[in-house]
Design a protein around this ligand. Structure first.
Ligand SMILES: Cc1cc2nc3c(=O)[nH]c(=O)nc-3n(C[C@H](O)[C@H](O)[C@H](O)COP(=O)(O)O)c2cc1C
Length: 194
């Protein structure tokens, strides 16, 4: 058998072994200044069905951290490769200095249940209110309760993204992004009672 040599990965890059990860754009507001912001995030995952909960891990130094810890509501918007440049911009510039809607040309539209806007150009949106927050090293884990979720008509048949139509963005690392091939394997194995 061929032996593979395992090489050590510097711990400053451990997380890259868990990438590529789906990229989202989170919108939040500053109610005092009546302004909005967008932050790009890859560290996000669903964590409960009942109630519907997701978590975001956000660096404490980011401006968006203040805008979620304060107003306690945010939208998770799902971008596609059509706006990958705008997505990188929102992940490389801070809303403390930049009006990211204005500078990217992305369009804010009213959400259904909360104050932060959705991003019109994104394919899907999850409106969340803050459920809990936990300090984790140099990040805060924000747990959001999903109040409303919606998607562009025709892009999510049978509650699954149509990967022919929806080119989701995955972050490989640094400036590198990937998307999924449209062919997915569909296997059959029934669920077990638990
Ligand atoms: C592809 C990509 C993924 C990112 N993922 C995260 C993340 O999961 N958590 C985080 O805190 N920052 C993440 N960032 C960095 C923030 O988006 C970046 O610091 C941003 O400029 C913060 O903006 P703000 O100061 O307006 O909040 C990511 C950046 C990129 C480009």
């Amino acid at each position: 058998m061929l032996e593979t040599k395992k090489v050590e990965v510097d711990l400053s890059s451990f997380h890259r072994l868990l990438h590529p990860k789906l990229v989202v754009l989170v919108t939040c507001i500053n109610p005092l200044k009546d302004t909005t912001n967008i932050i790009t995030l890859a560290w996000i995952m669903p964590i409960s069905r009942h109630p519907p909960l997701l978590l975001l891990s956000m660096a404490r130094k980011s401006y968006s951290h203040e805008l979620i810890a304060g107003p306690k509501e945010f939208v998770v918007n799902i971008p596609t490769m059509d706006i990958v440049k705008e997505t990188l911009f929102c992940g490389r510039r801070t809303g403390r200095i930049h009006d990211k809607f204005k500078e990217t040309g992305l369009t804010p539209m009213p959400a259904k249940m909360i104050r932060p806007p959705i991003i019109e150009e994104c394919v899907a949106h999850l409106e969340c209110k803050l459920y809990q927050q936990i300090l984790m090293g140099d990040h805060t884990v924000f747990v959001g309760e999903v109040l409303k979720a919606y998607v562009n008509e025709g892009f999510f048949p049978n509650s699954k993204f149509d990967l022919e139509k929806v080119k989701l963005i995955y972050h490989v690392g640094g400036d590198d992004f990937a998307t999924l091939a449209s062919k997915v394997v569909s296997l059959g194995l029934e669920k077990e009672e638990k």
